[in-house]
Design a protein around this ligand. Structure first.
Ligand SMILES: Nc1ncnc2c1ncn2[C@@H]1O[C@H](COP(=O)(O)OP(=O)(O)OP(=O)(O)O)[C@@H](O)[C@H]1O
Length: 284
């Protein structure tokens, strides 16, 4: 798979500037520093994957980019403007499908458009019914779900449900897609097929994607860069640029794929051990 030339844009889309997050923990004497002075510039059109031991603060960071929580210090900017809350410029996909069970696939994709309007139409306010249906059909088609518009979530497989969730987040036409382990609950085959599909969508739409995963293979396969985090407090340990001559064929069989995987595995090994020690101490 080749990366479209127009997609390698160097302008910063998301700027994370010295961001820390401190939580007041119930019953604890000291506040807990989850993230410590994170600096990270994510380029427009970039696909960045984020890996790190459990509890290192990946979701906390994503939540702050989404505007669902605020940094204790530092700043996050999008196109140079500080993030002060959620916005239609950012779509979020979580591990849980978070679909409305009483709505069809199309109904789920249309949901947000009913209340919020769309930038595609250049208008604010509710999007007319006909346009909503067209938008839903377009994005369900993009995720390979043509013909499933009228199915309810319980009539779809896990992979299909997650594709509906992706279509729903794309329907706003956000510049940025924030994905928190979106494929973690799926079986290996479905996961690989959705990874491939996501890369196609990314190539086609040129969105900036920030993708959290526990899977080193997934991080290397999807990411143009992989940011590896440390544990407690969460910091950026290293950023690895993943470069392949070509993305055609079985990338995972490429010798360089194995080298990237091994390098990231080595970086994570100490962090995971530290996180486990910490957890054992806090339990004991
Ligand atoms: N509201 C909160 N109050 C107190 N501590 C919190 C709160 N939210 C998160 N934390 C703590 O902050 C740390 C980071 O949590 P976060 O969920 O961001 O980690 P993560 O890297 O996404 O973990 P995982 O990979 O297991 O999903 C954890 O130690 C967590 O317990």
């Amino acid at each position: 798979m080749t990366i479209a030339p127009g997609q390698t844009v160097t302008r910063t889309k998301i700027g994370i500037r010295g961001v820390s997050k401190v939580f007041q923990v119930r019953g604890a004497d000291q506040p807990f520093t989850a993230l410590d002075r994170i600096h990270l510039d994510i380029r427009g059109g970039e696909f960045l994957t984020l890996v790190g031991p459990s509890g290192c603060g990946k979701s906390t960071l994503l939540d702050m980019i989404a505007g669902l929580s605020v940094p204790s210090s530092g700043e996050i900017v999008i196109d140079g403007t500080p993030v002060t809350g959620p916005g239609l410029d950012r779509g979020i996909v979580f591990q849980q499908y978070a679909l409305f069970p009483w709505r069809t696939a199309a109904g789920n994709v249309e949901f947000g458009l009913e209340a919020l309007g769309t930038r595609r139409s250049g208008k604010r306010g509710a999007v007319p019914k006909k346009e909503r249906a067209e938008v839903a059909r377009h994005y369900l088609d993009l995720v390979g779900l043509s013909g499933f518009e009228d199915r309810y979530p319980h009539e779809l497989s896990g992979g299909m449900r997650q594709r509906v969730a992706i279509a729903r987040s794309l329907a706003f036409d956000p510049d940025v897609l924030l994905m928190d382990e979106p494929f973690a609950a799926l079986d290996a085959q479905t996961r690989e097929s959705l990874q491939e599909q996501l890369l196609h969508i990314w190539e086609k739409t040129g969105k900036t994607v920030v993708f959290i995963t526990h899977g080193i293979d997934e991080a290397v396969y999807l990411g143009q860069r992989v940011a590896v985090m440390t544990s407690k407090p969460g910091r950026i340990k290293e950023i690895i640029s993943v470069e392949f001559d070509s993305r055609e064929g079985d990338l995972r069989a490429d010798a360089r794929f194995g080298e990237y995987r091994h390098h990231i595995w080595t970086l994570l090994r100490d962090e995971v051990a530290a996180a486990q020690r910490e957890e054992a101490n806090s339990v004991g």
